[in-house]
Write a protein of this length. Structure first.
Length: 276
């Protein structure tokens, strides 16, 4: 049985979005996949960064469905707006592809943000890639694993809970991922757009490891190794003191046409060395 964790939801007082975003880039593109962009180390404000993404050679779903010329590959933001991009390295036969995107807008330049790669459009006969010189690009990572057993599948909030209902255990020396199924938290469309019901999307993720007093310590997690899977977010935790419990808190800031939320998915992490 999947464990539950506490989920708190708070509506943000944000400025109106002037572009009515699409969510799904183009109905002719049959597939998309999430990419985690590490923009840790910048300011907590919005701004632009260049991005670089290496597509894994073992991403069979991608390589067996794209055109040999690569024309049906696009980078888009969570709302489905295409980014200016190029194929800086591409060899279809060798399954080698490095994508770069130019001046991508990020809401928070000290976070792990989400972009999508769209692909699988056999009728895309023109090249959508451009030409530019990337400057100090932020690295994007594609994860191809399934969530491990350390996963929180039900994020509904239980009434009267003072601590997260989902709990996991590790030793001081272990570094492990905890996975949160966040897809069910995102609002959907009433009717389809571009043949899809997707509406609200993740903009970026922030991670905390909180002690009983609510104090965060970045030495207990590796925020830059946060990963996205379809409907899932994985955070990497480490260290901690034996005999102490911590709350792993994942702040999820969303984006959509006129609706932005901040969600907090939480799980309890117990540090036990299991000595005789």
């Amino acid at each position: 049985m999947e464990s539950e964790s506490v989920i708190s939801v708070q509506l943000l007082n944000s400025n109106p979005i002037t572009v009515y975003n699409m969510t799904w880039y183009d109905s002719n593109f049959k597939d998309r996949y999430p990419v985690a962009i590490n923009v840790i180390g910048g300011s907590e404000t919005a701004g632009t960064e260049d991005v670089e993404i290496v597509v894994p050679k073992d991403f069979d779903r991608f390589w067996t469905s794209i055109r040999p010329d690569g024309f049906d590959i696009v980078i888009a933001d969570p709302d489905g707006n295409a980014e200016a991009f190029k194929r800086s390295v591409y060899n279809y036969a060798d399954r080698s592809l490095t994508l770069q995107a130019d001046n991508v807008n990020f809401q928070n330049r000290n976070s792990v943000a989400l972009l999508y790669i769209y692909f699988n459009n056999p009728d895309q006969s023109s090249d959508l890639a451009g030409s530019f010189v990337a400057s100090s690009p932020k690295i994007g990572t594609i994860a191809l694993n399934r969530p491990s057993s350390l996963s929180v599948g039900n994020l509904e909030q239980g009434q009267g809970n003072d601590s997260p209902a989902a709990s996991f255990q590790k030793t001081e020396d272990e570094e492990v991922y905890i996975w949160f199924r966040v897809g069910s938290l995102l609002t959907r469309r009433i009717s389809q757009y571009n043949n899809h019901l997707d509406y609200e999307q993740i903009s970026y993720i922030k991670v905390q490891s909180l002690d009983a007093a609510g104090s965060n310590d970045a030495n207990r997690y590796i925020e830059g190794e946060t990963r996205f899977l379809p409907s899932w977010v994985g955070v990497k935790v480490k260290a901690g003191s034996a005999g102490v419990d911590y709350t792993i808190a994942v702040e999820i800031v969303t984006t959509s046409s006129g609706l932005t939320q901040t969600l907090s998915a939480r799980a309890l992490l117990r540090i036990r060395n299991l000595l005789p």
